[in-house]
Ligand binder design. Structure first.
Ligand code: PEP
Ligand code: MN
Length: 339
């Protein structure tokens, strides 16, 4: 921790900082400039100490942490890339790009069956589908809930595809973990710390979507909540952030992919559908994500987007999805990956 003293801070004020450090069991190192004094606070436990304890002292201009707030998700903690194994499908391995695809929401047995058939034959390895749909408005379709879960379990078995679905409540975790291979934590719940700890205890792989108003640092710190429970099967998912730009639903932060790859050992996938908000934009964003080093994609596909109960405008039709999967292949190969 670095404490910058105000210009003209008195010796008494500087002593106040060193005394506080001492009382917390920490050492200090002084840097006496002509104008300003800077005090470095040293000790292995500085991460646990609130910066407020120094910021509040008289004569202190600013307090800056040197250590990152996240630990378990950092590359310093774990040098090699982590690989998450979902029933034999590896996410984060050096080669294949894993595509998870399917409808935003499970609507019926026929719809889910058709979606599974389409995405599987186009090369997707994991089926997505929401059973519990936390919508922006309480009056919108909220998903088939338990019935949706049951359908996911059946279709997963029938097509031999692992399934990913969103968990919205700690009370759903157990039932979801029984029929879903991956638990998805949605953007709106990225900082629901009780839910993060609950999925951490479940021992199922977790896709942690980025909160649309959260920084990469906050995202990795949220991932630590899951990892801290002993669940190391965490996959990060960039899904767009809120910016001033309104020509897309959210702004896909492509740079978060290489940023995460440097900062963390966790696999990172991209959801171009919720970022784009429009089917016509999804292929370009998906290609950009693969080119930028994403380990996988989460794409909304509906057998008949015009009839979709949720997110029809951003859902790819069967033919658009099949075409995209073909177009992604050479892009994956150009960055040393396969599809
Ligand atoms: C979803 O994947 O269906 C979803 C609601 O995504 P997000 O949490 O990113 O909005
Ligand atoms: Mn959706």
């Amino acid at each position: 921790m670095i404490i910058e003293m105000r210009k003209g801070a008195t010796q008494k004020e500087i002593n106040g900082v060193t005394q506080r450090a001492k009382s917390l069991g920490m050492d200090t190192q002084m840097n006496l400039g002509t104008d300003k004094t800077v005090v470095a606070i040293l000790g292995s436990d500085t991460g646990k100490v609130s910066t407020d304890l120094f910021a509040i002292l008289p004569g202190v201009e600013s307090v800056t942490r040197i250590m990152k707030p996240y630990k378990l998700s950092s590359r310093e903690f774990h040098k090699q890339n982590s690989i998450v194994n979902v029933n034999g499908v590896e996410i984060g391995a050096s080669q294949p790009i894993v595509v998870m695809a399917g409808p935003c929401a499970v609507e019926s047995a026929a719809q889910l069956n058709k979606a599974a058939e389409i995405v599987k034959s186009a090369g997707a390895r994991i089926l997505r589908g929401g059973a519990f749909k936390p919508r922006t408005s309480p009056f919108s379709f909220q998903g088939l809930k338990e019935k949706g879960l049951e359908l996911l379990g059946q279709v997963s078995e029938e097509y031999g595809m692992p399934v990913i679905s969103e968990v919205t409540d700690t009370q759903e975790v157990e039932a979801m973990a029984a029929c879903c291979s991956i638990l998805q934590v949605g953007s709106r719940n990225m900082q629901n710390f009780v839910l993060l700890s609950a999925v951490g205890k479940s021992k199922r792989p977790v896709v942690l979507k980025r909160g649309f108003s959260c920084t990469v640092t906050e995202w990795l710190t949220a991932a630590d909540y899951i990892l801290a429970e002993g669940n190391n099967q965490v996959i990060l998912c960039e899904r767009g952030i809120r910016t001033f730009e309104d020509s897309t639903r959210f702004s896909l932060d492509i740079s978060s992919i290489p940023v995460i790859k440097r900062a963390s050992h966790l696999p990172v996938i991209v959801d171009p559908s919720h970022a784009a908000g429009h089917y016509a934009l999804v292929p370009a964003l998906a290609k950009a994500a693969v080119a930028a080093g994403a380990d996988g994609l989460l794409i909304e596909v509906h057998p008949n987007p015009k009839e979709a109960l949720v997110d029809g405008l951003q859902s790819l039709s069967p033919s658009d999805f099949t075409r995209l999967m073909k177009e992604l292949k050479p892009i994956a190969e150009s960055v040393g990956r396969s599809m």
